[in-house]
Design a protein around this ligand. Structure first.
Ligand SMILES: [Zn+2]
Length: 365
């Protein structure tokens, strides 16, 4: 079975990976020292362990509390820039060829930065990271998705911020993040309406902890991609003869090829699924849904995209050819201009096809 190292050598796309969930522990300790923030551990290894332990609670609410420590270290422009550059370099080192990082500007203003300044700082970091990755021979396309917090009321302001920076600061999309229960996407409908009116792009976190109605709400708001969407499986039943029956919502998502940004390890950590083997991504992919694989938060998950691919391949006994579908679905779902995306798809297709013939152990697939 192909392992993490095998998938690291293959081109992958990261659609759903939070900037404030992917800091390097060593960097956190350095910045904490400078800004006077107290962290729960004092060595990189102990800090990494603290995050994964805290994130393994089985509760999304508890999982989200760990972000107080990361966002506290991303309040100065130089820190946002550094963390963004390192985020890009870590992706490139993991064989990711295109990555969209998402984060919430409104959470990075405690030291006086304006919303515009936070976006510009992250853009600088992404450019730094792309330049360094290219020089190292591992080129990568990096973009940013601006999130509004779903429990707050700044989504229209953040949507306008995204539009203001779409052409100059690598902003490719918009999202809403945070606790789903009690904070339906429709609360932010004005933001989504504005973005559609301006022909801009957005994804919506939905169907992670929230019920099926939360997913329907996101579709009603015009979600172009769905963050997680695990609950789609609740609208699919099985007849006694083993065949599947899709409800109207699941059918709509499948028929419209709305990409699901599945984050396997994160879904287990937050309790969205009980264990990886029970994750509905296997059956969703088999039924023809547009399934992509993502990290959500590398720090909290103690993971990488290569590791997520290896975990999925192992849990569902999938071949390299089958795993290629996830990677290519990810590339097709990027909020990226057509020509650039097609070029990426061509390169990725040939790399995965070559790998499909012979995996690391020389077995034919
Ligand atoms: Zn997320």
């Amino acid at each position: 079975m192909a392992d993490e190292a095998f998938f690291r050598n293959l081109p992958k796309v990261s659609l759903h990976d939070h900037l404030d969930g992917g800091l390097r522990p060593a960097t956190m300790l350095e910045i904490a020292d400078e800004v006077g923030h107290t962290l729960p551990a004092s060595t990189p290894d102990a800090l990494a362990t603290w995050f994964t332990d805290a994130a393994n609670s089985g509760s999304l609410e508890r999982y989200l509390t760990t972000f107080a420590h990361t966002t506290a270290l991303m309040q100065r422009a130089e820190d946002l820039r550094r963390v963004s550059a390192e985020w890009v370099l870590d992706q490139a080192a993991d064989g990711v060829v295109a990555a969209e990082t998402r984060w919430a500007p409104e959470q990075h203003q405690t030291m006086g930065l304006s919303l515009d300044e936070t976006v510009e700082a992250v853009a600088q970091g992404l450019r730094d990271g792309m330049a360094q990755a290219k020089a190292a021979g591992t080129p990568i396309i990096a973009r940013q998705i601006l999130c509004a917090m779903r429990h707050a009321d700044r989504s229209l302001e953040i949507a306008r911020l995204a539009l203001r920076h779409r052409d100059t600061d690598l902003v490719c999309g918009f999202d809403i993040a945070g606790g789903e229960v009690g904070n339906p996407a429709s609360k932010h409908k004005a933001a989504f309406d504005l973005l559609r009116h301006e022909a801009f792009y957005y994804t919506i976190h939905a169907g992670e902890e929230g019920p099926l109605s939360s997913l329907l709400d996101a579709i009603d708001c015009g979600a172009m991609r769905i963050g997680h969407g695990v609950r789609t499986a609740d609208d699919i039943s099985r007849r006694t003869d083993g065949s599947f029956v899709l409800g109207r919502l699941a059918s709509f998502i499948r028929n419209n090829r709305i990409p699901l940004e599945i984050c396997p390890t994160s879904n287990v950590q937050t309790g969205a699924v009980t264990e990886l083997a029970a994750h509905p991504l296997g059956v969703l992919a088999w039924l023809g849904f547009t399934v992509t694989i993502n990290c959500d938060n590398k720090l909290m998950g103690g993971t990488t995209l290569s590791r997520e691919y290896a975990l999925v391949a192992s849990a569902f006994q999938l071949s390299t050819t089958e795993m290629a579908q996830f990677a290519l679905a990810g590339a097709s779902a990027l909020f990226l201009d057509h020509d650039e995306r097609e070029a990426l798809l061509r390169d990725m297709t040939s790399a995965w096809m070559a790998a499909s013939f012979t995996d690391q152990s020389g077995q034919q697939h």
